[in-house]
Design a protein around this ligand. Structure first.
Ligand code: ADP
Ligand code: ZN
Length: 211
């Protein structure tokens, strides 16, 4: 199964990607996470990416397309994969088609902007393994500590309220047109993001069962 997960920042696509990845034993590839790892490692790629990410803008298409090319060609992806946060522009989606990558479904998780802004303040992420949590909707077993690797959780720098607003603008302008792009190809599946994580997970699982 080759799957794309779409949704506004904070809609919960990263969390669902992790859940689907475990359930189907296929890797989840998050461009956001790969970019954050490059920033942490201080590479050239990281330096380029940071200026865009901190503003809530998209990192240039050629940069992320390069990352995706490299990952999809790896052996780990031969039985399927989940793309979390890619493509994020029509140009990126076209690049994926040009590469000849076959996609089985594009799942979009819909959450209203108001709710996203309200939710983002409670998001916490693990700097070591990338797992994400929410203080109310998806808390770790021990406050402030990652369930998976026990690192101390942090607030992402681009989760600041002003940056979140710009990320939403970027999403509506550049990423949302992809819904029409994939609907035309008969691949789009829409799931309404729920208040409770488990409820969203159930809806996603029901939607995937129909593919
Ligand atoms: P979220 O979905 O919550 O915004 P991500 O981790 O997916 O978080 O992305 C964080 C940031 O990384 C984005 O705001 C953007 O700057 C950059 N980014 C991630 N994926 C892409 C992509 N496919 N194209 C361009 N920029 C990207
Ligand atoms: Zn962790």
């Amino acid at each position: 199964m080759n799957l794309i997960l779409m949704g506004a920042p904070g809609a919960g696509k990263g969390t669902q990607a992790e859940i689907i990845s475990e359930k189907f034993q296929i890797p989840a590839i998050s461009t956001g996470e790969i970019l954050r790892a490059s920033i942490k490692a201080g590479t050239e790629l990281g330096k380029t990416a940071k200026s865009y990410i901190d503003k809530g803008d998209l990192v240039p298409d050629d940069v992320v397309i390069g990352i995706i090319k490299e990952h999809l060609s790896s052996d780990a992806c031969k039985n399927g994969f989940i793309l979390d946060g890619f493509p994020r522009s029509v140009a990126q989606a076209e690049a994926l088609e040009t590469l000849g990558v076959k996609i089985d479904a594009v799942l979009t998780i819909e959450v209203e902007d108001e709710r996203i802004v309200a939710r983002m303040g409670g998001r916490r992420v693990c700097p070591a393994c990338g797992a994400s949590y929410h203080v109310s909707y998806n808390p770790p077993a021990k406050e402030g500590i990652c369930d998976k690797c026990f690192a101390e959780l942090i607030i992402r720098s681009d989760d600041a309220a002003e940056t979140v607003r710009n990320r939403l603008v970027t999403y509506h302008n550049q990423t949302e047109p992809l819904k029409a792009f994939y609907a035309e190809r008969g691949l789009l599946i829409t799931v309404e993001g729920q208040e409770e994580l488990d409820d969203t997970t159930r809806l996603v699982s029901e939607a995937l069962a129909k593919i």
